[in-house]
Ligand binder design. Structure first.
Ligand SMILES: [Zn+2]
Length: 100
């Protein structure tokens, strides 16, 4: 018979295998620095050139440069926000609470 906590621990061990990779792969998430909180990176896994799929696509479109800085000529606020907040999880209730 397996207790619930033992089962959970087994799951966690499955999810995060003990990795001791080389020193060069210290960053496995997207290198885009969001404007949320100042120093919070996009949490999506890196895809190409250090960016996740979404931000790499933005790079190809010229919406951001290779440093992850949003093109200042990009005037579409909605798009800017989309780029800025991609990869961050913000509780949805936060917006609802501020409604009233
Ligand atoms: Zn990203």
């Amino acid at each position: 018979m397996i207790s619930a906590s033992a089962g959970i621990r087994a799951l966690l061990q499955c999810a995060s295998p003990p990795t001791r990779a080389g020193p060069e792969d210290s960053v496995d998430h997207c290198k885009f620095r969001t404007s949320f909180g100042g120093a919070l990176f996009c949490q999506d896994p890196a895809y190409l050139e250090g960016f996740c799929r979404f931000h790499h696509e933005a790079l190809l479109q010229g919406d951001i440069n290779e440093l992850g800085v949003i093109n200042e000529h990009l005037s579409d606020q909605e798009r800017r926000r989309e780029i800025n907040f991609h990869g961050i999880r913000i509780p949805a209730t936060r917006y609802l609470d501020e409604r009233e």
